[in-house]
Every structure is written in structure tokens, then in C-alpha cells.
Design a protein around this ligand. Structure first.
Ligand code: SER
Length: 319
């Protein structure tokens, strides 16, 4: 029997690093081909790795043929903050990159695609609390706009060409194994390093900015569970709302202070404040619960405890 393999595009990023490791644990190192636009020494040492710019379709096709890929996790994207710094690149990478992958999926008859969407697909006229799956969506960042286009493309390719594409609207993702890059929710990772290393943090969002967040372990589990879910149960082929927890910088810093009473937080909101203000504060994920039994394990307190334990360990190892 032919061995079919999985390709992770954007494997060096915040989600890619952890997802590649989780998939390799489950399916074996050689079954998971990591790829990224940047070389990554650690990933290259661990197992198969290919340099890939997803905008280079012939190269994408060559890798798929070489490794007999049948499943793709396409994670490469510019996020909200970096997207505002370079809107044309955000458009090109986020929309044309996805289009390349969808066309290859269709033309080569590949089995399954995972592609992440985001809470950034919502906008200022979206209901902000318990944001429903279906509602007004008027994103005003280039990132949000490209991801909304992407959601519509995914559903279109499923309906019209039968591409088995599955997607989740990730909230802010918080983990200790990999660094975030270019997002508005990144403060919620940086804050833990700052609290443990210097005891103080200057937050680029205001103290009462509530945003939906999720522990990375929950996000990786959600992703793999959705890919395993019985296709006949799935009613959403654009992208599923999922909820983890929801907090403000002040609430998070207060929980951190329970372990580190001397921790000091200051607030100096910058251009990312306007982005955060246009996003939901919490998410209704009833459909994900019904369709594929989604349930988070981490609330804010558990997430904080886990981050502090592991980052403390990591810093001690490095010292
Ligand atoms: N974490 C992302 C960002 O802040 C949201 O999807 O851009």
C-alpha cells in the first residue's frame, strides 16, 4: 500500500511548531513533512523539512508529488499587526497562498485540508459578547478581511469541487513552546516572560480590553479532533467558532500577581488597541460543541498556572 503523508505549510510559526510536533507524535516523524519560507534548524534536525513559499505553486506541487502528500495543514499567513504594516503582502500571502493550496487540493484530488481562520473576521458591527457563528462580519483589518475571503473560498471549494476543507476561527493563542508573531493578542504570551524575567510589563492594550483567548494545547487538540471528525457531522465548511477563555490584561495580571505579588503592569496602548476594539470579547461555539464535541480544558486560571510553571522551568534550564 502507498504511504500517504501530511504537509504542514508554515511549520516554523507559533501554531506550526506545536502542531508539527503533535502530528509527528501521533503519526511518526517521517509521515509529517514540515515546510516554511524560512530555514529552521530545529525542525530540520527533527525530520523531513522543505523550504517553501506557498506563493510558488510549482514548488508546492513538486513537494506534494515528491512525498505523496494527501493532507495539508496550511498555516502560513501574516497576522493582524504585521498585516497592517504591509497590507499588499497580507493580501497576497493570505488570499493567493490559500488559493494555490485549494487549487492543488482540487486538481490533485488530495484528501483533506486544514486552514485556520480567526476572530479577526468579525468587525465593529458584530455583536461583541458571545459572538454567534452567523452574524454581521465587517472586518476592518487587512488580516481579518483576507481571512473572511479565505472562509468564503473554503466553503466554495467544498461545495463546488468537494475539497474536504476544515477550519477553526482561532482566538488569541497562548503557549510556552513557541513565540507568537505579529498578532494583537501577543501581549498575553509576552506578559508571562516579562513577569518571570523582569517583574514588570508594559502592555500595548488598555487594561479593560477583553478578548477571546485559548491555551495552545486546546487549539492543537481542537485542530486534530476536527480533522478526525466524521465528515457527515460537519455542518460548517467556512470556519467554526471555538471558545476557550476570555480575559482582560488587568484580569490576567491579577491572576499572575497571585503567584508573583511584586509583578507590575503598565499600560501604553498603541495602534493595536483599535484592532482589539473591533473584535469580539467572547465567542459562542455551540455548533462546534454539537458537530465534533469540542470542549476546552483550560480556563484563565489554569492557563496562567501552566504558563508560569513551564516558562519558569525553561528559563531555569537556560540560566
Ligand atoms: N492572534 C491573532 C492576532 O492577534 C488573532 O487571530 O492577529
Amino acid at each position: 500500500m502507498e504511504t500517504k503523508r501530511t504537509l504542514v505549510i508554515g511549520a516554523s510559526g507559533q501554531v506550526g511548531t506545536e502542531l508539527t510536533a503533535a502530528l509527528r507524535n501521533q503519526y511518526g516523524v517521517d509521515a509529517i513533512i514540515a515546510s516554511d519560507i524560512h530555514p529552521d534548524e530545529k525542525l530540520q534536525k527533527q525530520g523531513p523539512f522543505e523550504l517553501l513559499n506557498v506563493l510558488d505553486k510549482p514548488r508546492l506541487e513538486a513537494i506534494i508529488d515528491q512525498y505523496q502528500i494527501d493532507t495539508i495543514y496550511h498555516l502560513a499567513a501574516l497576522l493582524s499587526a504585521t498585516g497592517e504594516k504591509n497590507p499588499p503582502l497580507a493580501w497576497d500571502l493570505n488570499c493567493n497562498g490559500l488559493l494555490n493550496v485549494l487549487n492543488v487540493m482540487r486538481d490533485k484530488g488530495l484528501k483533506q485540508l486544514f486552514w485556520p481562520s480567526t476572530i479577526a473576521v468579525f468587525g465593529p458591527h458584530t455583536p461583541r459578547e458571545e459572538t454567534p457563528q452567523f452574524c454581521v462580519m465587517d472586518p476592518n483589518t487587512m488580516y481579518g478581511l483576507t481571512k473572511l475571503v479565505g472562509e468564503r473560498l473554503c466553503e466554495y471549494y467544498f461545495e463546488k469541487y468537494g475539497v474536504d476543507v476544515r477550519s477553526i476561527r482561532y482566538p488569541g493563542l497562548i503557549g510556552w513552546k513557541s513565540a507568537p508573531g505579529g498578532g494583537t493578542t501577543d501581549y498575553a504570551v509576552h506578559i508571562f516572560y516579562a513577569a518571570l524575567q523582569t517583574g514588570e510589563y508594559t502592555c500595548f492594550l488598555s487594561e479593560d480590553t477583553r478578548l477571546p483567548m485559548m491555551h495552545m494545547e486546546d487549539a492543537i487538540r481542537a485542530t486534530i479532533d476536527l480533522m478526525h471528525a466524521d465528515a457527515s457531522r460537519l455542518t460548517i465548511r467556512s470556519s467554526y467558532n471555538i471558545s476557550g477563555c476570555s480575559f482582560t490584561p488587568r484580569e490576567l495580571s491579577n491572576i499572575i500577581k497571585e503567584s508573583l505579588p511584586d509583578f507590575v503592569i503598565k499600560y501604553e496602548p498603541d495602534y493595536r488597541q483599535a484592532i482589539a476594539d473591533s473584535w469580539p470579547q467572547s465567542i459562542d461555539d455551540n455548533i462546534a460543541q454539537n458537530d465534533w464535541d469540542w470542549k476546552p480544558k483550560y480556563n484563565t486560571a489554569k492557563l496562567t498556572e501552566d504558563m508560569l510553571i513551564h516558562i519558569r522551568e525553561m528559563l531555569a534550564e537556560k540560566a
